[in-house]
Write a protein of this length. Structure first.
Length: 206
């Protein structure tokens, strides 16, 4: 009979399993990872992971949820670090890039499109929604300050799509070697600020 585990022991094993799963899912793909391989990587019996997770898809969902929560932690910390809305937006953007480039495996899994029945995993849904909210909070500050105009959710999604696309290009090493990443980041930020800037500012510029 398995010994009774404390909550800290349970949390520690789940964290170790998620760390291993994150790497293997990215390296091999969901279909090529088995519960046996996960157990072997951790040096435990093949049945041990089943004490913590229902199956492989449950582990994948937990791994992605962990990524979204860590991502949100980073952005929320950046958001709270300053008061000025423009500087706050800049800090959130930098935190986004830092997380993506320091945690490429987690980032790739977070936005994986092959997770089956995502709605069946409430923790994943919660973590994903939390991440979405972190991407709109700083936009709402810019709107209140009059720096931007428009629907906060629409603007947040457009900004998210833009930064995600740039990050994916960088992670895939698809950016032309003669164009510094910082230049693309700066020009993209300027384009978004102008495009969503107050109409009065655009009229004056014309």
């Amino acid at each position: 009979m398995p010994k009774s585990l404390s909550q800290s022991e349970i949390d520690d094993f789940r964290a170790r399993l998620i760390s291993v799963a994150e790497r293997l899912f990215v390296e091999r793909g969901r279909d090529e990872v088995s519960m046996r391989q996960l157990a072997q990587e951790l040096g435990v019996s093949v049945m041990t992971p089943y004490r913590y997770f229902k199956d492989k898809d449950d582990i994948l969902a937990a791994t992605r949820a962990s990524g979204f929560d860590r991502f949100a932690d980073a952005l929320e910390t950046a958001y709270a670090s300053v008061e000025d809305p423009v500087q706050r937006s800049r800090m959130v953007g930098e935190a986004y890039l830092k997380f993506a480039f320091e945690n490429p495996a987690a980032y790739r899994l977070m936005f994986d499109l092959t997770q089956p029945n995502e709605e069946d995993y409430p923790e994943l849904a919660r973590a994903g929604e939390r991440a979405r909210k972190t991407m709109s909070a700083h936009v709402e500050c810019l709107l209140r300050a009059g720096v931007l105009e428009g629907d906060p959710e629409v603007i947040a999604h457009v900004c998210w799509a833009a930064i995600h696309g740039l990050v994916v290009l960088k992670l895939a090493d698809k950016i032309a070697p003669n164009i510094p990443f910082e230049t693309l980041w700066l020009q993209m930020s300027r384009a978004l600020n102008v495009g969503f800037g107050p109409r009065s500012r655009l009229t004056a510029a014309a």
